[in-house]
Design a protein around this ligand. Structure first.
Ligand SMILES: *Cc1c(COP(=O)(O)O)cnc(C)c1O
Length: 410
């Protein structure tokens, strides 16, 4: 008898994005001529920067030539890419991360889920609420939670609510936790963490022997020079934090797939016998056993994101999406909607007008304005009464969406 992992059965049946898809499809079936604009799922829309395309073409040509063909690469990633990240993504900002602390992978979604492999089953886990659903669901799958409660939470997880009332600053847990996920700039709220907030978290982690899982997928969107891009900009973070970086949202790699996880050598955890050992060695073992590396052309493309042309072109992409975010933010504020985020992130988080619940607002927006966004409650109980709009779209669509929004609310 093949027994299944019953923890999977605890997961909520209607995962957020499939439910959105169902509602949008049934609306389109009933209204085939409606011009529906989607500002829902966080996927980029603009094509790859030319410097990246050229590097990938060259790499494919190398693979087609006997003299330059390559088979399996190092599981941890090619030196050229790890070096580029160490010097450009980190070193250039004064952050000390060595190439051998960087593990190249096929995505941060995968890494933030897979990282749980190397942690024991008994850890207490904290998440910010609302939250990127991957952190919660992968802990459910790994058996680190109890059952779902009625409001979309799971027993056993420590939820840290962020709302307009606390200015979206993640409160420190009121009890010791072993693992804590932080995502800044934040998906879904589009808000950022100040240096003081991150310092408080690093101090908390050092005092409580917590490991911080810091997801920096959106760091390239930070425009405020006072906001840290990396958790390692905070003193002492190398002893308590893992950082996840992705090429998806900066270089447009959502379909190409490349990311990295940073595990500093100073980061340690405790074994069953009470010994402290480096986390790096376990992740290295996990990564090289269960993963066989990102394809060579993709890693060359990722490297090109850090060439001088690549940097300029990636910068233009980011500016384009941030301008969309500004148009959304200011367009909604102009009709009296409370708007958060959207300055250092490609997401705008708004309070639903008239304080209707998130799904009611979703349906109103779809039916009356033919716009699709994401209900805040889908990201967690504290997201109820909020709504997320993504800036990943064409300028024309964003401008049209703002017009329709204003008509709906006016
Ligand atoms: C998009 C996103 C990622 C990136 O995931 P990839 O698997 O690298 O595409 C990571 N974290 C958050 C919070 C995201 O929104």
């Amino acid at each position: 008898m093949a027994q299944l992992n019953d923890h999977y059965l605890k997961l909520q049946a209607g995962y957020l994005f499939p439910e959105i898809g169902r509602r949008v499809n049934s609306f389109i079936e009933a209204n085939p001529d409606a011009d529906v604009i989607r500002l829902g799922i966080g996927d980029v829309t603009e094509p790859l920067p030319p410097a990246i395309v050229a590097a990938m073409h060259d790499a494919v040509d190398e693979m087609g030539n006997r003299d330059t063909f390559r088979g399996y690469g190092p599981e941890q990633g090619y030196e050229f890419l790890r070096d580029a990240l160490a010097s450009q993504a980190f070193g250039a900002r004064g952050v000390d991360v060595s190439a051998d602390e960087i593990f190249i992978s096929d995505g941060s979604k995968c890494d933030t889920g897979n990282i749980l492999d190397i942690f024991g089953p008994g850890n207490t886990v904290a998440v910010i609420d609302p939250v990127y659903p991957v952190y919660v669901d992968t802990n459910v799958m790994a058996g680190r939670t109890g059952n779902a409660t009625g409001d979309g939470r799971f027993e056993g997880l420590v939820y840290l609510p962020v709302t307009a009332e606390n200015n979206f600053v993640a409160p420190l847990p009121d009890r010791p936790v072993d693992l804590a996920y932080l995502c800044y700039p934040n998906n879904p709220t589009g808000t950022v963490a100040s240096r003081d907030t991150l310092t408080a978290w690093v101090d908390y982690a050092r005092a409580n022997d917590t490991i911080l899982l810091f997801d920096a997928a959106y760091e390239a969107y930070i425009t405020d020079p006072e906001i840290p891009h990396s958790i390692y900009e905070i003193d002492g973070a190398r002893e308590v934090a893992i950082e996840f970086r992705s090429f998806s949202k900066n270089a447009g790699f959502t379909g190409i797939r490349c990311a990295c996880t940073v595990i500093p050598h100073e980061l340690t955890g405790t074994t069953a016998t009470g010994e402290r050992i480096e986390v790096h060695g376990l992740w290295n073992r996990r990564h090289s056993t269960k993963f066989n590396g990102v394809s060579y052309p993709v890693q060359r493309g990722a490297e090109a994101a850090y060439s001088s042309d690549g940097q300029e072109q990636v910068g233009q992409l980011i500016s384009f999406y941030l301008e969309n975010a500004r148009l959304l933010r200011e367009g909604l504020e102009a009709v009296g909607i409370s708007v958060f985020g959207g300055i250092n992130a490609p997401y705008v988080w708004l309070k639903t007008p008239g304080s209707v619940d998130s799904w009611t607002f979703f349906d109103q927006l779809l039916q009356q304005a033919h716009l699709v966004g994401t209900p805040g409650s889908g990201f967690g109980a504290s997201g109820e009464g909020y709504f997320r709009l993504s800036a990943f779209n064409s300028r024309e669509n964003v401008q049209e969406a703002v017009r329709r929004f204003q008509q709906l609310v006016a």
